[in-house]
Design a binder for this molecule. Structure first.
Ligand code: S3P
Length: 175
């Protein structure tokens, strides 16, 4: 079984995913990192040079490949579960855990992160905060319907979120 962390940028998928994988003794994989490594350029450059449809195609291939592995904690890019094929592939051998945070927290986290400015492409023509609000509202139904478990990452510390997911994995008899 795999655990797949889904949710918007800035909800802690990478930070929590790495800690969770260490606790489980599983490997960690971030779909965006793999795409960047293989494409030898940042996601932002891929968006700029090849366009979003090309990125989504590579993302789909990467996710299909990761979904076939086992005992893996996967951090999926924030837009990945908007695609039904990605959800289906990830669910074949995985449980999807949605990390949530409100727009204010997300804005604070991503505007403070260096990686964000340099590597994350703008997803709309809106300013940062309205973009977050707009996309969160639009994506909420996709995130929630894909999720097997929802964990709030706003007020919970990283270790509390990790413990909650660990408890869930153990209840499934996999941890
Ligand atoms: C995206 C989120 C990013 C990355 C790409 C598109 C999105 O991933 O996949 O920039 O559509 O929300 P993170 O959620 O890991 O930042």
């Amino acid at each position: 079984m795999n655990i797949v962390l889904i949710g918007f940028r800035g909800t802690g998928k990478t930070t929590i995913g790495k800690k969770l994988a260490a606790r489980l003794g599983w490997e960690f994989a971030d779909s965006d990192d793999l795409i960047e490594e293989r494409g030898k350029r940042s996601i932002r450059e891929i968006f700029e040079k090849e366009g979003e449809p090309y990125f989504r195609k590579v993302e789909k291939e990467t996710i299909a490949e990761l979904a076939k592995r086992d005992s893996l904690v996967i951090a999926a890019g924030g837009g990945a579960v908007l695609d039904a094929d990605n959800v289906r592939n990830l669910k074949q051998n995985g449980k999807l855990v949605l990390l949530t945070a409100d727009a204010g927290t997300i804005h604070r986290r991503i505007s403070g992160a260096k990686r964000s400015k340099l590597q994350r492409p703008a997803l709309t023509s809106l300013d940062e905060r309205p973009e977050i609000e707009h996309l969160l509202a639009k994506r909420k139904p996709y995130y929630e319907s894909a999720a097997d478990l929802i964990v709030e990452s706003d007020s919970n510390s990283v270790s509390k979120v990790v413990e909650e997911i660990l408890g869930y994995v153990r209840r499934l008899g996999k941890g």
